[in-house]
Design a protein around this ligand. Sequence first.
Ligand code: ADP
Ligand code: MG
Length: 747
Amino acid sequence: MTGRLEEKLTRLLGTRSGAALEKMGLVTADDLLRHYPRRYAEPGQLTDMAQLALGEHVSVLARVAEATVRPMRNRGGALLQVVVTDGRQRLALTFFARHAGALRGHEAKLVPGRTGVFSGTVSAYRGERQLTHPDYVLVGGDVEDADAALDEASKPMPIYPATAAVPTWRLQRAVRTVLDPLTEDDVPDPVPAEVRASAGLPSRLEALRLVHAPATAADWRAGQHRLRYEEAFVLQAALAQRRAAAAQEDATARPPRPVDDPGILARFDASLPFTLTAGQRAVGADIADDLARPRPMQRLLQGDVGSGKTVVALRAMLQVVDAGGQAALLAPTEVLAAQHARTLRALLGPLAEGGLLGGAEEGTRVALLTGSLPAAARKAALLQAASGEAGIVVGTHALLSEHVQFADLGLVVVDEQHRFGVEQRDALRAKGRVAPHLLVMTATPIPRTVAMTVFGDLEVSSLTEVPAQRAGIRTHVVPADNPRWMERTWQRVREEVDAGHRAYVVCARIHPDEEDGAAGKAKAAEFDDEVPEFLDGDAEERPPLRAVLEVADALRATPALAGLEVGVLHGQMPPAEKDAAMAAFASGASQVLVSTTVIEVGVDVPEATAMVVFDADRFGLSQLHQLRGRVGRGSAPGLCLLVSTAQPGTPAAARVEALAETTDGFRLAQLDLELRNEGDVLGAAQSGRTSSLRLLRVVKDADLIEEARRAAVALVDADPGLSGHPLLAAAIAAQLDPEKEEFLERA
Ligand code: ADP
Ligand code: MG
């Protein structure tokens, strides 16, 4: 498609302006028009010229007194200096250009004697107030009279995300140069006319005019609303299409065994030491039905930490094994994969020893397959997967990308959705002759509109109750700079250990000499397991983050902990050392484990009752909630001490306080969303697709998303291939694969 929107800015605006915009990633007219104003300066009334405050955006009504163009001695280029006056005060207006010729347009208009309204930001040069590159509207030139000039000057002023090289006023001019000549035919609208009509929305071109050149605040609000609707609508249409496509795909039906021919699932149920909760039964029944159909299940299972998802997932896997298939369980890290394999084997008992002497007659095998296995063990696991001997194969996401053969893969269970985006789901569906059933588990409760936006192609089940006998957890905030409280913290840890329990100590980074913030984060990202979700902001003003290695040394020298074994766990350790550290902690050989967030998800040591989190105020709420879920998993109550350097009254302090007040994961997730910025939310959840959502706010725009979703679903139901809506189809294609799209354009 080549239209006016695809034209290069270098062509439309000239090589120099175009190149400067290209540096900002704005290559085509379309790119520029999607560079929406960040905010709008509300036009004040006219400012009294005697009261011009530095840095303020002002509009003044004045008459041109002088206008001179002269070359700039030092810098090269030319300068137009205008002096305007209201009869008493004088104000300088300055325009720069590379060549005097480029200033002719202004010079021709800003003739002495002309009156106009001049708007810009007040700066000072050699003690004199001035406006650099002000906007202006001249009476008798741009408009008929002074009233019209005032009108024009009282429009809200778009303020763009700008750079030093391209300030906002230059962006504004560039946008107007590109936008003003466009007609309806130039601006394809992915929202079909009938949808617009029923939702009362303007066309895309009108919306662009409303946001880039509003006459009133109501204008830009209406424009933004329409563009947000479009973002939601295109995304929801894409998700509706995915759902429709998945509903057409073939899968192998894996119905449960009949009652008179029980299999491993029935035996497992009979061996369970507890009764399933009502929620586990209900969700289990939905999953059993899904698996029995010849269409791939696409289900998200959400439930707070400890709500018993693992048992639900295992029962689904056993149904598939009973039906002759295999199940794969994917964890985000190797530590967690190993942990899952242990948990599943423990839950299955003799049922996991199929084919072994002393194993159950009707049993299966659980194979663990990770990159760090010794060659012989790895080969054995690969063989078990390929032969079908292992009904359950546990590993990291690498299981899907590596050359792992399954005899008959029927179900994939993914633990933790955040790192398993749309692309991975697609890769999975592409694997094998028919798509396996998919169950994604998440312990982070997802508010409905986020689920709808990010996981709109999945059915959602929730486990809302937590099995009864858990003893609960108390959480306190400990100010890091209070030595008495810190001392008391280590005494409490000692008391827990003396009572036969164990304690985690969590730090945000590994080495004390690592940089904080972005650089430290980038470094940490090289080691998959532990990227603390830092929240931006005032990092510079904070004390440096505490580090695992430094804290471990300090604790070994802490009198309250004398005689205790302090272990260390972080992602830079070789896998064998990690396993050894976990095993030592699980067995009680070490009683205190200083660790990064590796332990965030799933690690299960029932004897661990205490957790101390350093720099707790620097973590996200959901992440802290996950971390906290690691303690108090047995019958003894848990204790979580959040060491914080946050100043009272800051959002960071609000986060840790919220955590101390509630253990309701759903409330915390909602709060977390409200306290952080949207980009983080979507960024964490849908890799590579954030660029498509520029204005949409998942929490605040919940109603709009619902409305757009209804319209999108209706439209896709009526026209699944979107053959009648090519513009929408094109917008979806561009949105779902921006990289590819860009590549095609450049090729
Ligand atoms: P999740 O994976 O959702 O965090 P788990 O499946 O690990 O939760 O369950 C947490 C603990 O509760 C485990 O020790 C598990 O064996 C136990 N559990 C699961 N379901 C029940 C139940 N219905 N009654 C009692 N205990 C249960
Ligand atoms: Mg679990």
